[in-house]
Design a protein around this ligand. Sequence first.
Ligand SMILES: Nc1ncnc2c1ncn2[C@@H]1O[C@H](COP(=O)(O)OP(=O)(O)OP(=O)(O)O)[C@@H](O)[C@H]1O
Ligand SMILES: [Mg+2]
Length: 253
Amino acid sequence: MKKEEAINYVESRISHAKRVEHDSEYRKTFSEVFDDSTIMAIYALMSRGYIDIVDFPISTGKEGNVFRGIDKKGNNIAIKIYRIATSNFRKMALYIQGDPRFRGVTKDRRKLVYRWAGKEFNNLERMIAAGVRVPRPIVQRNNVLVMEYIGTQERPAPLLKDSDFDPEEAYRFTVDSMRKTYKEARLVHGDISEYNILLNGDEFVLIDVAQAVHLKHPSAEELLVRDAKNVARYFGKLGVETDKDKILREVRG
Ligand SMILES: Nc1ncnc2c1ncn2[C@@H]1O[C@H](COP(=O)(O)OP(=O)(O)OP(=O)(O)O)[C@@H](O)[C@H]1O
Ligand SMILES: [Mg+2]
């Protein structure tokens, strides 16, 4: 199939593409995310049945956009697309260099973003194997990552920061996740906060694991201490009796 036909096909499967015609602000975001190479990656995933429809945007973040999608069997999926044009390359390079899983450096920005998406996929796999509740990874191709969708048919699960919850329960989930991530997955999340935990009904789900580093990474310990500090500060304010050292003791076992 010619590239143009592939692009037309993919655009016909993006529910909100019509909005592009009469919303100039939206058109800008749209063309930033769906550049030709991203469209071709989505096309490849569509021909294999991983994606049938790109439904609606859930979030427009600094580095990537997350969409609710539907696969060929009709299941909901979450599609995270890292933007090539506006990614934080310096940060990505710092987190990738020093990780034994990624030997060799790259100055190619596009390849760096692909590795970043691959790193998130691998981190999700390792965390699932360690029994951490994160979205189940489904497939990754270039800058496109497909994973389990967390939410209901009507709406994606809200962030912890926008939810009502029992602080002790949320704290328990967070520290248990940190411990399993450290002891079993041999990773440090590196960005644990009320912005990266979803509350789906009564289930907590940890997300946004692209930056998680291997314990062999030179910054792993520093990131662990920073996570512990942030978690202690946040849950301390909610009345949970904890501090950074208590968390570190529990995580390191
Ligand atoms: N698997 C999922 N199911 C449902 N919603 C999700 C899923 N993954 C991410 N989201 C939603 O998309 C948002 C952004 O995802 P994530 O935190 O992984 O990306 P990010 O790159 O950190 O974006 P940001 O810059 O906004 O933090 C989340 O806050 C959440 O609302
Ligand atoms: Mg996030």
